[in-house]
Ligand binder design. Sequence first.
Ligand code: SF4
Length: 390
Amino acid sequence: MVNHATGQLFFPNIKPGRFLPPEAHLPQLQRALLDWFAAHKRPLPWRASYTPYEVWISEIMLQQTRMGRGVEYFKRWMKRFPDMRSLASASEEEVLRLWEGLGYYSRARHILSAARLVMKEHKGIFPSDPAQMRALPGIGPYTAGAVASIAFGEKLPCIDANVERVISRIFDIDTPVKQEPAASKIRELALALVPEGKAREHNQAMMELGALVCGKKPRCERCPAAMFCVSRNMGIAGKRPVPGKKAAITPVVMATGVLRHNGRIFLQQRLTGGVWGNLWEFPGGRVENNEHPAGAAVREFMEETGFAVTPVRKYGIIRHGYTTYRIAMHCFELRLSELPCPQDSFPRPVRLTSASSWRWADPEAIAALPMPAPHRRLADTVFRMNRALR
Ligand code: SF4
């Protein structure tokens, strides 16, 4: 525990025996972590050569992403963009399509802008100076620390949620980890723990320990840090880290329409900015108070495109969560209320209020366009139902 009056650690109620107070035994704790990592590290693809480009991409991809999924996306990415040059010359549309499903699309846009900047200002070579890294779009203190230490061996800590959990348990941080004074204490301890010349292995050992052993339910019997861990020795590992305030969840009810005409589907490209900026979608929006979802889909279509449409059937409700929002998207098939003349032509929208462009797309074209996850699921549902009806 931290004595907040003195800033010192103290260990009440510790049974004597196999407990070594961590701050007094940092070299032994570091050694135990390094040995454990050497024996237990997973063979992840970016660990083959630790190039700055691969470490950077993996670190951004793994934020808010499960490891299995991250590895799958990483392999696909490296196949298409094996280096900075191939990435920098790609279109934003292609980069977003490859990123589709990982969410938080600003990360993909930042990666592309950063790659172009590295080509322009650093001759295509990823900078090794953390300050120069942080001048690149999308690179904050965590990513700069991770790339600088893992790719270049700089003595810097990487503090992600896994590392916060491990440190809060080993050193028994008894206040919420994201807030002060715990956040500063964790930064200080994380830096003190990095051994000279071993930043790459140590930082990965800490993250790996949090992922494989010291997870939500700690498996202390398998832990290389057990004899140094204050929480474990006090029998309170399950009570650390101390949770902070949970953000309130906001439910959102939306209605979306799939307008079909002559074998094609109407899509619009969202305006730049926002979480789904520049992605392609089916028009729609929020269902207002007391409004029927089908009526909302018709109204939204009229407001956003000027098309008068009629509901044909309901596909279902697609549920999707991001950050603190929980979306229930009611999805409808629509047709034009009046057929254009000649009937086989594809009418232009009267206006676009939420989009920068539009198209009548066939299934092949839709497959190549980047879409937000719930809209991709809707597209897949439409094609699946179509095949079933044939
Ligand atoms: S001993 Fe238990 S609580 Fe402590 S670091 Fe290891 S797994 Fe986590």
